[in-house]
Design a protein around this ligand. Sequence first.
Ligand code: F0G
Length: 461
Amino acid sequence: MNKPIKRSWAEPYKIKMVELIKMTSPAERRKALQEAGYNTFLLKSADVYIDLLTDSGTSAMSDRQWAGMMLGDEAYAGSRNFYHLEEVVKDVYGYKYLIPTHQGRGAENILSKILIKKGDIIPGNMYFTTTRLHQELAGGKFEDVIIDEAHDSESEYPFKGNIDLEKLDKLVKKHGAEKIPYVSMATSVNMAGGQPISMQNLKDLRKYTKKHGIRVIHDMTRVAENAYFIQQREKGYADKTIKEIVKEICSYTDGATMSAKKDALVNIGGFLAVNDWDVFEEARNMVVVYEGLHTYGGLAGRDMEAMAIGIGESVGDDHIKARVGQVIYLGEKMIEYGVPIVKPIGGHGIFVDAKQFLPHIPQDMYPAQTLAAEIYQDSGVRTMERGIVSAGRKANGDNYCPKLELVRFTIPRRVYTQAHMDVIAESTARVFERREKIKGMKMIYEPKYLRFFQARFEKIK
Ligand code: F0G
């Protein structure tokens, strides 16, 4: 009997230009890995076949975005592209005031410096590397208030990005609301596997924080992907458009930091957006110190134009359905091969559970880092570690030991085909078959900040 044909989405675009990529031999990859200290961040892109290191800045722009690049107004002050971007941010996200920045962390730096005082506590739904570091550098301490399910790769809870309001309330009772400048709320929680927060949870959070006079700052890097899961899973949202859902999400928050290199389909760019005039005024002043004048914030006029157009495309229903559909396609293949992955499948990539994949390698021998190196060795597919190396060290020097020890297969938007997804799943399955022979690694060089980017490793003999 024939299986029913399952085809629920296809790319809402066709390909106008291609970029050639190179296949390498196992010997070439072995040498490249050695030279990179077994850290996939240190590989040269030319040695990579399919690049799943990140979905950040790696998406394909549309013909309209490229056409927009030609409309760049490179005036130092008051570029017309800035005003276009400002209008789009207001229209799509609803935030009143905009400060462009060179990328997300530029916005995090400015916001943290303005809102955080020494000794402050910043609760959030799981840390993100750069976000937490800027909070710490500003004198604050991050406290994780995500629901417990988020730390369990097996839990199929549909909104693993939700905030546990009891955990938040405990912090407020312990430290007092005046010590909490804002709740750091991310949509599509990256480190949890691209897991969404529900609209109901956001509404409850808004109600609670309003009562206590605490701001909600939104890390909206992947807000459209979160909106897709709300549309698919949450009661009352099936008939709403992604654009409507995105705007509603933003309406429960006071401001946002954005890395436009993800959702917004550009290769560089970001912004800080706020509703509060006082915060805006301070940010507008500070951006000239760290980024550039407040009407360009480290970006060229053409970058702002591409971003304005990309934001519009990013909230298209067909776009997001195909984008997340491709991620789900890869995840389902992995599951078919028996590869342990974080469930439910998230919005921007597949997160392989390295603790389950390599149960014989203890966490201090870097199972996820090891697995990322093994997958590159097998097929030239580049992934990245999201486990103990990414988590880094606490202020007192101890390692953070996250429950989740993951390898992230991040899918760039509009870049790879279904055949590429098949190659990726097949390679992972091959490594899975020989998993028992894989040994761990030791770290031989550790930089002080964000060590995962530049650390070096050696194989344990
Ligand atoms: N917030 C989230 C949730 C992110 O995923 C990132 C970047 C940032 C903030 C910082 O933005 O890179 O533009 O400065 N994430 C990339 C990644 C690096 O690969 O996940 P940025």
